[in-house]
Design a protein around this ligand. Structure first.
Ligand code: SF4
Length: 243
C-alpha cells in the first residue's frame, strides 16, 4: 500500500519510520484494539483517558473506501457507532452515501487517528486524538485493508499521518487536493476538512470546496464502491485534476 509519505514530515514520527508490514487480518487486529487500555492504564502523552476506553472503528478486509478520520466524538463514544452525530450527517451528504451504504463494513472502513473519544478540553471542545493510538495500531489496521481503492483523509491529524505533511495547515492541504489525487495511484487519496459544524466558517470562506472538490469526491466514492477491485483506475484514466 502506498498511501503514506507523499509529503514532507509527520508529527507522529513512528508513522514514517515503520517498516513495510505484511498483510494482517483486520478482524483480529480490530478485536485486539477493542481490548486496548493504553491511554487509560499507561498513557505516554499526558493524563490518562478520563473514561473507560471504547475504540470506535469499522471495516473488513474487503473494504474499498477508507475514511481516515480524527477521533470519535461524545455521541459516537456513547453509541459505539462512528459518525453517529451531525458531523456524520454532513459527511454522508458530502459523499453521496445513504446510512446503509456508509455503515456497510464490507465496503467502507472508518479508522480515526485516535480510536477512543479523547474527552473535552477546558472550552468544551473535543481534545485532539490520543497520540498513543496511531503508533500502536494504525499500521496493522491498514495492513488489514488490502482492497482499498480510495482513502478520504479528514482533518489535520490524519493528513499529517497519511500525507506526511501539513506545513501550511489544513487549508493549504485541502486546497492542494488536485495534486494529492494526481500523486496517488491505488488507493487514490483525497484530503477533506472535518465535517463538524465548527468548520462552518471555513466552508463559507472556501466556496471552492463545495463547488469543485465535492463533485469529484462523490464521483470517486461512487467509483470506489461500484467498480471491481483494481478496475477503477484503468476505467477512469488519468486524474481529472492532472489535466
Ligand atoms: S485511543 Fe487507541 S491507544 Fe488509546 S486506549 Fe483507545 S484504542 Fe488504545
Amino acid at each position: 500500500m502506498t498511501h503514506r509519505g507523499l509529503g514532507l514530515s509527520a508529527p507522529f514520527p513512528d508513522a514514517m519510520s515503520s517498516a513495510p508490514v505484511l498483510q494482517k487480518d483486520f478482524a483480529q487486529t480490530a478485536a485486539a484494539l477493542r481490548a486496548c487500555r493504553i491511554c487509560r492504564d499507561a498513557p505516554r502523552f499526558g493524563a490518562p483517558l478520563p473514561h473507560e476506553p471504547r475504540p470506535v472503528v469499522q471495516g473488513s478486509g474487503s473494504a474499498r473506501l477508507l475514511i481516515a478520520s480524527q477521533a470519535p466524538g461524545n455521541r459516537a463514544h456513547r453509541s459505539g457507532v462512528p459518525f453517529s452525530d451531525p458531523s456524520g450527517v454532513r459527511l454522508r451528504a458530502w459523499l453521496g452515501l445513504s446510512e446503509a451504504a456508509f455503515y456497510d463494513a464490507t465496503k467502507v472502513a472508518i479508522l480515526p487517528m485516535g480510536a477512543c473519544f479523547p474527552g473535552l478540553d477546558a472550552k468544551g471542545g473535543d481534545r485532539p486524538p490520543r497520540r498513543e493510538c496511531a503508533p500502536a495500531w494504525r499500521a496493522d489496521l491498514l495492513a488489514g485493508l488490502p482492497q482499498l481503492d480510495l482513502i478520504l483523509v479528514i482533518g489535520q491529524y490524519a493528513q499529517a499521518w497519511h500525507l506526511g505533511r501539513n506545513p501550511g495547515g489544513l487549508t493549504e492541504t485541502v486546497a492542494g487536493w488536485r495534486d494529492v489525487l494526481a500523486a496517488s495511484m491505488r488507493p487514490r487519496i483525497l484530503p477533506l476538512p472535518h465535517p463538524s459544524w465548527r468548520n462552518n466558517g471555513w466552508l463559507r470562506k472556501n466556496p471552492w470546496f463545495e463547488a469543485e472538490l465535492l463533485p469529484v469526491l462523490r464521483a470517486e466514492v461512487a467509483s470506489a464502491l461500484t467498480d471491481a477491485p483494481g478496475k477503477g483506475i484503468a476505467a477512469r484514466g488519468p486524474s481529472p485534476s492532472s489535466a
